[in-house]
Design a protein around this ligand. Sequence first.
Ligand SMILES: Cc1ncc(COP(=O)(O)O)c(C=O)c1O
Length: 381
Amino acid sequence: MNRIYLDNAATTHIDQEVIDIMVDVMQTHYGNPSSIHTEGRKARALIEVARKSVANALNASISEIYFTSGGTESNNTALKCAVRDLNIKRIISTKFEHHCVSHSLSHIQRHQGIEVVLLDNCEKGNIDLAQLEESLASGNTKTLVSIMHANNEIGTISDMKAIGELCRQYNAIYHSDTVQTIGHLPIDVSQLNIHFLSGAAHKIHGPKGTGFLYINSDNLIEPFIDGGSQEKNMRGGTENLHGIVGMAKSLELAYQHMDERKTYITELKNYFIEQLKNNIPNIDFNGEIGENSLYTVLNVAFPEHPKNEMLLMNLDINGISASGGSACTSGAEKGSHVIAALNKDTFRKAVRFSFSHHNTFEEIDYVMQKLKMIYGIEVPA
Ligand SMILES: Cc1ncc(COP(=O)(O)O)c(C=O)c1O
């Protein structure tokens, strides 16, 4: 059997159609989009077509989409520039944001003296909206709320509509890291009170190193990267033309197939959950696993076992790629801040399995077979 790739929340393999269009751009459109000659104008046109397609996917206006080098840059830009340019004095966020958000917040707190409030999270990683409201109501300084849409480790989804409404009520700026949900769940910015939203191509079978930032037109910031006048003076640097075109293509395909992929991957995930429950005694899961969970992510909390330490390596040796993250306290292995924030049993081993439409039920059966073998669970003859 070929290798089984169950780490699609880390990155995905690039769709052939995306590769084809990128290769074509690299071979035929080498112009600099800022040049005024024919090659330049052709390259510029490709970027603007891509911008339109990203804007359409989100129901945003074209002028609200800015291309970046990925989710990390988009999040850094939104947070650091909002503080610098929009008079933000306080940020409310959570303990389980991606490091590109949480480390940006630490930097902002250390260097700019901005107050950072981290909400406690519920056992499954849900946002306590009452606590968010209490927090918003308690201050009278300009506040930014940064809460990711779906968590990359445990898949729990936040309610963007409700968070946006609270932000509107308390006149706060709302930023959401939607890197894990863009192309997997529909997002309509016109129906949300959202000011900044970050996305990346490589989680939806597009190229790495390409992303975008949605900036609501009412909240214009100054550039994060100074340079030329690219991206309407918002981000200096010659554009990653083939990456941008590839991202637009991957997003287009993701939207085209969203419903069927969602149905299929949800069935696959539910099948895996059932198999785990039926075969591994005392199995548990980190985060939501039902309605309120992103269908591409399943974080399994394996019960204490001597084999846990080497579990990921054992899976890898058996041809299965998954990823780790546990609230390890020994100091030997840096545990996941997300799992630690859930305050769950620290003796369990957290393994994230994340799916794409390329995964099959046969692969899940094979993974179960290998898990049973690793844990020494009797397999009926
Ligand atoms: C939730 C989330 N935010 C941000 C990022 C960073 O995105 P990029 O790898 O495009 O910089 C990731 C990638 O792992 C992610 O999962």
